[in-house]
Design a binder for this molecule. Structure first.
Ligand SMILES: Nc1nc2c(ncn2[C@@H]2O[C@H](COP(=O)(O)O)[C@@H](O)[C@H]2O)c(=O)[nH]1
Length: 253
């Protein structure tokens, strides 16, 4: 059997602790039974969603540890890797481990999810991993969970082939985790207001405010699973069609 090829990306940047931990955990678990390629943004690109860079060429460089880095977005990284730069088409794309949660509405803005989604759009199975707390507490635990899920995906014990998974991991010790839960995306309240500040020139500039708190966060949601110490695993799709409203519109047209 051919050695599985795994493409690793993220949105926090190629030198971020999360991608180093993810790569390290996969290397420790699989050794040379899988081939790992890293292609990640040169710098933090959180919140850029599925942005593609169309107004300038992209430069790909290689760091001393063999990680490739790109002066572009997470989507650029996966797109360039899968559509031309890599000589072997990957079998799986993994993204993360994100510094912070990607639950509910976060998934729309998330660069972490977008990197995985670009792999999915290119016809590959993909998994986005996020540590559901800022600051990388218990990152080792999250990396171990990520490697477990990748192993189960590779040996097909998840029963999914072409899937896009969004995984959020509680920032707690591995032994305190309460298992896995298949969840739906919850919803946040609307984001907090922008934060206006004066710059040295006296102009008013604006910082994006904090995300809204959890609103639809009951049992069955990703938000709830995390509060219960469970690893939340959701299946995503990229088709934005609103089927219910299509029926109303069709009747109206
Ligand atoms: N409105 C705000 N949303 C935020 C903020 N920090 C994070 N977020 C949300 O989380 C994701 C992070 O995902 P990433 O994979 O891109 O890092 C981001 O996309 C937002 O949805 C914040 O300060 N304000």
């Amino acid at each position: 059997m051919a050695v599985p090829h795994i493409l690793i990306s993220n949105d926090d940047g190629y030198s971020a602790p999360g991608i180093l931990a993810l790569h390290g955990a996969l290397l420790e678990r699989f050794g040379n039974t899988v081939h790992l390629e890293v292609m990640a943004p040169e710098q933090d690109r959180s919140g850029v969603s599925n942005a593609l860079t169309l107004d300038r060429p992209l430069t790909v460089r290689t760091a001393a540890n063999g990680f490739r880095y790109v002066n572009g977005t997470p989507t650029d990284c996966v797109h360039v890797a899968v559509t031309g730069l890599l000589k072997t088409r990957p079998d799986l794309v993994v993204s993360g481990i994100n510094n912070g949660a990607n639950m509910g509405d976060d998934t729309i803005y998330s660069g972490t999810v977008a990197a995985a989604m670009e792999g999915f759009q290119c016809g590959l199975p993909a998994i986005a991993f996020s540590l559901a707390g800022k600051g990388y507490a218990h990152l080792d635990s999250a990396a171990r969970v990520a490697a477990e899920i990748v192993e189960r995906f590779l040996n097909n014990s998840l029963g999914l082939e072409h899937a896009l998974l969004n995984v959020n991991i509680p920032p707690i010790p591995y032994d305190d985790l309460q298992g896995y839960e298949c969840t739906r995306l919850g919803k946040r309240h609307h984001a907090e207001p922008v934060i206006p500040v004066q710059n040295p020139k006296g102009d008013t500039v604006y910082w994006i405010g904090p995300p809204g708190g959890a609103k639809d966060a009951g049992p069955g949601t990703d938000f709830y699973a995390i509060t219960q110490g469970k690893v939340s695993v959701s299946c995503l799709k990229a088709d934005l069609t609103h089927v219910e409203q299509m029926k109303v519109l069709a009747a109206w047209l």
